[in-house]
Design a protein around this ligand. Sequence first.
Ligand SMILES: [Zn+2]
Length: 238
Amino acid sequence: MVFEYILKRYFDRVYTEADFVKRTSEALSKLGFNADNSIASVCICRDEISQAMPALIDVWGEAFNLSSLAGMFFAGQTGLAAAMHHSPIADGKERYVFYAVPHIAIDAEGHLGACKRTGRKEESTACGALNAFQKELSQGKLNLSMDEIDIEQSLLKRRLLREIPYGHVPDLLELTKITQKVVQKDIEYALNTIVDRRKSDYAVISGIQIHGPERNYVWVVSCYAVVNEVMEKIVFSE
Ligand SMILES: [Zn+2]
């Protein structure tokens, strides 16, 4: 199937979404995180086809929502601090699990960014916000004004542009991979300014959610926990 060929070509190792969440929660339980002593937060796109992930992340209980268009992290220190202050306190410790997973679609013919939506005949795009930005870049008509009736998209363009070499026009795949790095970096940066590692353990799990014709997958880019002030890389068991 063309889809599987393209999936493998661009994403070396993927898990179904359900397997991804199961593996992360199993790995984290060995490091002392569980639904009773931890709070999960999600940073994903607003797109309805992305929402299967927070539903699965419910294994951690109801998750704090840090999401913006494209899964950008614009909740900032205030949003992050709120999530952290809502954590249970168990054995004198707070525990946070952050899932940061922007997205892209691949249709049955292997077209990157293309997907079908219920009740619509024409092909749709995911991520639509990244695709709109990519179109502006490729057409040389980039609008960087801070549009008050389009705040998130304005912020998205300004933030991502900082990570793109001047004059370079990434395609949607490259732009999605840039977005993943940015979202992870921005959460880590904000986290570093407010977290107290003496009383908090946390995990940062980041990758790309891929919408296939049949189901969603996750390409894992970074997965680690900080426990008792020591970073532990999380490796999934086979
Ligand atoms: Zn999106």
